[in-house]
Design a protein around this ligand. Structure first.
Ligand code: FEO
Ligand code: CA
Ligand code: CA
Ligand code: CA
Length: 623
């Protein structure tokens, strides 16, 4: 799909972009937004999920922190992927089951509530200094506080007559944390790979990054950098199983992890404790949560494979089956797809999950017939122990293939990518993948290829893929973010790899809408693509939210975050009049950088928060 020059304004984007001047005037202390828009702050870290609980909110006092018991009843830290589930969604789905088909899109948008519902929010991470106010935990209580601040919030919210959103009382609101009981389903459930000698019940979800809603009304939350929570009481790690030891290297487990030091007080996270020899295998999955069943045990869907899951974009296929597109966010890692074997309505009606019975694929991006032209063909390679290359790598049963999916993908020649972050489904069924950056190919992390055409890829790009069959696809470079820099910027030049970028024409706005490091992505059904960024932005900008017209390639800056945050989690109401997004790790927890959402005082700890965006005239967000 060719992109037209930026001055060729399409009908989808009609708002005045947030200018660099207006964005940077706030000094990164607070959120800035297009003059055609307004925002409010919702559910910052420390908000009680039940307003009637009597628990005092934590509002960023640097001298105190919630107790772990309080935190278990509060919004967590590190807001990331999320989704809004309209309060009447179960009724509408039941009506559709009776009809035997989905309501027409417009009728569905009208009938679903856009003023009340359940918001599911991932709490990806919070460093010890930010969360605990100290470099390392000093007690089991410190560890429990950290674990309670991770996971997912399922919280009832509503919009009052003035248009203000707030948390409302509901028996459905709950916190799912690093200690909540969970269960496994699919091909690896019951495998010895998920059992520990001590026989402990599976607990917790961690590093919940991107997300995705399912057509049947549930929430998929994706476990990303789970390796970082484990550490070792010994100089070595593992030593219980040779295949697991190999996988420890491939998945980046190490003696100190990311420095959380949970293992010092909670032996479940000690990679040298034989009682918990397989505890680490219990993380790295996609987890299904029912927002309308407060008693549901979250289910880890093992058929979708175990890797550093970024997001899960679920698409309904023409025959009623589903495909789930999933990135594995690491330099040089892969894009994956799951396809169900049966139509989802048939499985759900039979009391089965469409996520338990299907095939897992990994992507190989080929050049196609025209050489280096920024597009090509691709193959979805099935990850199965029936493939001799996979079996010969020691993965001779499907539970091993899925648990060590990275090793299986390595064995079949998948294409290393420049950090696949979010995936999202466009209006024609095309999939947009954000490849956020990778400037370490010289270090052996990732490889130059036509689909990853910049060696020192500091700024990222977006690839679009379209399946041409269950096992084949076409792809094109939708946007090379680096080329969006001002023509005067010496970094504009693409490294001389003798590549042509036929699909790309730089917007003719001289950099007024520059952005880099695409991460969060959401495509609306009208052809808009919302991109949240995560990485050093040019021209004094902070991370931002930009909106594309995918028909024309034009894009505009809608919102800019605060110092050291990232903008992520993109969830609309059914009428598209409201968009929820998140500022994650504002100021990296440093009150000198920002005190958001508190007023600037240089002292109050900045807190992750949801930002509720609306057009001032009540129109569709992004227009
Ligand atoms: Fe959690 Fe890859 O971002
Ligand atoms: Ca090509
Ligand atoms: Ca991300
Ligand atoms: Ca990122």
């Amino acid at each position: 799909k060719s992109l037209a020059p930026g001055q060729n304004r399409g009908p989808l984007l009609n708002f005045a972009p947030l200018t660099i001047k207006d964005a940077t005037a706030a000094g990164g202390k607070t959120i800035t937004i297009s003059p055609d828009y307004e925002y409010q702050v919702l559910i910052p870290w420390g908000t009680p999920i039940n307003p009637d609980s009597g628990i005092a909110p934590y509002e960023g006092d640097p001298g105190s922190r919630p107790t772990s018991a309080e935190q278990e009843q509060m919004i967590g830290i590190g807001h990331d992927g999320m989704w809004f589930f309209p309060s009447n969604l179960p009724d509408v789905l039941a009506t559709e089951v009776r009809r035997g088909s989905e309501l027409p899109a417009q009728a569905r948008r009208r009938v679903l509530s856009s003023s009340s519902g359940m918001l599911c929010v991932n709490h990806e991470y919070g460093t010890n200094p930010h969360l605990l106010g100290k470099a390392s935990p000093e007690s089991l209580e410190d560890v429990r506080l950290s674990q309670a601040a991770h996971g997912v919030s399922v919280v009832a919210i509503g919009r009052d007559w003035r248009g203000k959103w707030d948390v409302v009382p509901s028996a459905l609101s709950r916190r799912i944390t690093g200690n909540t009981e969970v269960t496994f389903s699919g091909p690896v459930a019951g495998s010895p790979l998920l059992e520990n000698p001590i026989g402990n019940t599976p607990q917790g979800t961690l590093n919940n990054c991107g997300s995705g809603p399912t057509p049947w009304g549930t929430y998929l939350t994706c476990e990303e950098n789970f390796n970082g929570y484990f550490g070792s009481s010994d100089a070595s790690i593992g030593g219980f199983d040779a295949l697991q030891d190999e996988a420890y290297g491939r998945y980046g487990f190490s003696r100190f992890g990311f420095g959380y030091s949970w293992h010092v007080y909670d032996e479940r996270f000690d990679l040298k404790n034989g009682n918990y020899a397989n505890e680490s295998n219990r993380f790295g999955w996609i987890v299904e949560i029912d927002p309308f069943d407060g008693a549901q045990t979250p289910v880890k869907r093992t058929a979708l494979g175990r890797f550093k899951h970024e997001a899960a974009a679920v698409k309904e296929l023409e025959d009623g089956r589903i495909a789930v597109y999933m990135g594995d966010d690491q330099r040089g890692d892969y894009c994956y797809k799951y396809e169900s074997n049966e139509p989802w309505r048939k499985s759900i009606a039979a009391g089965m999950s469409p996520l338990d019975d299907g095939k897992l694929y990994v992507a190989r991006f080929d050049q196609g017939s025209n050489g280096n032209d920024g597009q090509g063909t691709g193959v979805w390679i099935e990850l199965t122990s029936a493939n001799s290359a996979i079996a010969n790598a020691g993965l001779d049963t499907q539970d091993k293939v899925l648990t060590y999916a990275r090793l299986a993908a390595d064995a079949v020649g998948a294409t290393p990518m420049d950090r696949p972050e979010w995936s999202t489904i466009g209006k024609e069924g095309e999939v947009y993948w954000t490849l956020t950056n990778n400037d370490r190919k010289d270090d052996g992390q990732g490889e130059l290829s036509e689909a990853n055409p910049i060696f020192e890829n500091t700024d990222g790009y977006i690839i679009a893929t379209t399946d041409t069959s269950e096992t084949t696809f076409t792809w094109n470079l939708f946007l090379l973010a680096r080329n969006t820099r001002s023509p005067d910027d010496p970094k504009t030049a693409i490294d001389s790899q003798d590549l042509s970028f036929a699909n790309y024409q730089a917007p003719a706005d001289e950099g007024a809408n520059v952005f880099t490091d695409p991460d969060a992505a959401f495509a609306d059904p009208f052809g808009r693509l919302f991109i949240g960024t995560d990485g050093g932005q040019p021209d004094g900008l902070q991370d931002q939210l930009v909106v594309f017209d995918t028909n024309t390639g034009e894009y505009r800056r809608l919102l800019m975050g605060v110092n050291s945050d990232e903008i992520t989690g993109l969830a609309p109401t059914p009428d598209f009049g409201t968009l929820f997004t998140n500022t994650q790790h504002p100021g990296d927890g440093d009150p000198k950088a920002t005190n958001f959402p508190a007023k600037t005082d240089g002292v109050t700890i900045p807190r992750d928060a949801t930002i509720v965006i609306r057009r001032k005239d009540g129109g569709i967000v992004g227009s």
